[in-house]
Design a binder for this molecule. Structure first.
Ligand code: UDP
Length: 338
């Protein structure tokens, strides 16, 4: 199949591009490299033994997208491209709305124009917020508490409206829990710019000596050890979830939502312990106040994806930490070392 991947040079996009190539699909990546490096695609090509086509463009660029569809004639689209930092989204909300909503409009219009009817969208478990108790099923109430989350929630609704107007459209909304880890080769991984917001990149940089210590945001949550629990999922499992969703949408039009998670909650302190075990390095930490906007616990009920997609996450927390450590050790400054 021919798959156009927006944001394909980024963290999840690069791992999914690799999985697509390894499964024998043709891939065109459209990425403006605003938060990614072309080096990730060079490494994907080396790992796959095949080079994905690449166009450097913002997905909101109608002319560029039109040319991409015209030249590549995709059978399906995976839409990763988007701005993703919660804190930043509260500072520059209009940028988030413009980029995340605008790219989706441009993409859906290009798909309609070029007779492409299948799209998988990167949504987030953030849409479950604190409206119900985990484990979250796909029919749990949804909403959002910050501009980033609102863009994800709005795009889900926009996609549902697009399907209502065009029942031939096949939409798969994938609600990611917490992607961590890296490809087992250590060649591709997460390369955050500046100070990492997310737990694993921060822990990895503490272990690498780039940062003094981890701040553990809150130890007074109603969880077994008081620290927040999340459903961490290996990025390679996440990638294979996209392939499973694309396959399912080949014989099933309409609007479908699937959680991609393991169903298992892991606390911040459990992550620290697992990372120390995987790396052999002590990770100094300090208990700090809760971070604004954080929920105590978030984890998936992955049963719908398991049953409908024939997919399940297979990697353990220990493997996720070992792969993160391998990537971080081999690339202390991410792709900038290349
Ligand atoms: N966390 C932490 N210190 C950090 C970053 C994150 O204690 O420097 C905690 C955070 O409070 C949450 C968990 O780690 O309980 C996962 O946070 P992350 O930002 O990775 O993902 P989120 O679930 O918030 O999207």
């Amino acid at each position: 199949m021919r798959v156009l991947v927006t944001g394909g040079a980024g963290y999840i996009g690069s791992h999914t591009t690799l999985a697509l190539l390894q499964a024998g699909h043709e891939v065109l990546v459209v990425d403006d490299l605003s938060n990614a490096s072309e080096e990730s695609l060079r490494r994907v090509a080396a790992l796959a033994g095949r080079t994905p086509a690449f166009i450097q463009a913002n997905v909101r660029d109608e002319a560029a997208l039109d040319a991409a569809f015209e030249g590549f004639t995709p059978d399906a689209v995976i839409h990763f491209a988007g701005w993703k930092a919660v804190g930043e989204s509260t500072q520059i909300p209009l940028t988030y709305y413009r980029e995340n909503l605008g790219s989706t409009f441009t993409l859906l219009e290009a798909m309609a124009k070029h007779d492409c009817h299948r799209i998988v969208f990167s949504s987030s478990a953030t849409v479950y917020g604190e409206m119900s108790e985990p484990p979250f099923t796909e029919d749990a109430p949804t909403g959002a508490t910050n501009p980033y989350g609102r863009t994800k929630h709005m795009i889900e609704q926009i996609l549902a409206d697009a399907v209502a107007a065009d029942p031939g459209l096949a939409v798969g909304v994938l609600r990611y829990f917490n992607p961590i880890g890296a490809h087992s080769s250590g060649r591709i991984g997460e390369d955050p710019k500046g100070i990492p917001n997310n737990l694993l990149p921060f822990v990895a940089q503490v272990a690498a000596g780039r940062r003094d210590k981890l701040m553990v945001f809150g130890d007074d949550y109603p969880t077994p050890d008081g620290t927040g629990t999340r459903d961490y999922i290996h990025v390679v499992d996440l990638a294979t979830g996209h392939l499973a969703a694309l396959d399912k949408l080949a014989d099933r039009s309409g609007y479908h939502v699937w959680n991609l998670g393991t169903g298992r909650p892991t606390s911040v302190l459990e992550i620290v312990g697992a990372f120390e075990k995987a790396s052999g390095i002590t990770v100094p930490y300090e208990i700090a106040p809760r971070r604004a906007g954080d929920v105590a616990s978030s984890y998936a009920h992955p049963g719908k994806a398991n049953a409908e997609l024939g997919w399940s996450a297979t990697h353990t927390i220990d493997e996720m930490c070992a792969d993160t450590f391998r990537w971080q050790s081999a690339n202390p400054n991410g792709y900038a070392d290349a």
